[in-house]
Design a protein around this ligand. Sequence first.
Ligand SMILES: Nc1ncnc2c1ncn2[C@@H]1O[C@H](COP(=O)(O)OP(=O)(O)O)[C@@H](O)[C@H]1O
Ligand SMILES: [Mg+2]
Length: 197
Amino acid sequence: MDTHLCAKTEQDSVPDGAGPVPDLSGVHLVSQLEGMVTVFCRDAEATEALGFFLGTLAGGGDVFCLNGDLGAGKTLLTKGLASAVGVPESDVVSPSFSLLNVYEGKTLEVRHFDLYRLNSPEELADIGFYEYAGGDGVTVIEWADLFTSELPPDYLQVNLLRENGGRRVELTPRGRRYDEIVKEVLRCVDARPGYSD
Ligand SMILES: Nc1ncnc2c1ncn2[C@@H]1O[C@H](COP(=O)(O)OP(=O)(O)O)[C@@H](O)[C@H]1O
Ligand SMILES: [Mg+2]
């Protein structure tokens, strides 16, 4: 990845038209182990900012699989991600009944799945999951861990867990493309743990 979107050093440049530089000040590094990076998002803004940051790194064909309980922050993170590719935030709503929402971003289309109410893999075919996931837009899948056998081979796994009033977010790359994304997150988040309270 040759552009650095967090502009941490003077050499880093933010490409023209990339929009605002994401504010990752509420996102703190917890640990890194064998490619997996864990961060702590201290508040809802930080979760959204992490999503926005991932969106600035996203390209066509990328797949983000979000796991975590109800209210963990999956939809909020998706709002941030989608807004980085030019989707108005108010367009992003939970597809828990529709199973799939499609948003036209300025730079990329976003396919937003929520598998919580899905009963069988056959229903995935009905909603076009196999054509969409990993197709030319960006794919975000909430509750991906309910159907792990149906996921594309490569994706970024994002697990959100409630912790200390905020969210612990584990980023596990599945495939080399996502190693690069996780490395960029590692480079840009606050290296201090951030448990101030
Ligand atoms: N890091 C955080 N710290 C505290 N609250 C958070 C954090 N991230 C998200 N939240 C809150 O958690 C809720 C997440 O809701 P939502 O994104 O709809 O969850 P999900 O899609 O996982 O069910 C929102 O009320 C949001 O304000
Ligand atoms: Mg949701």
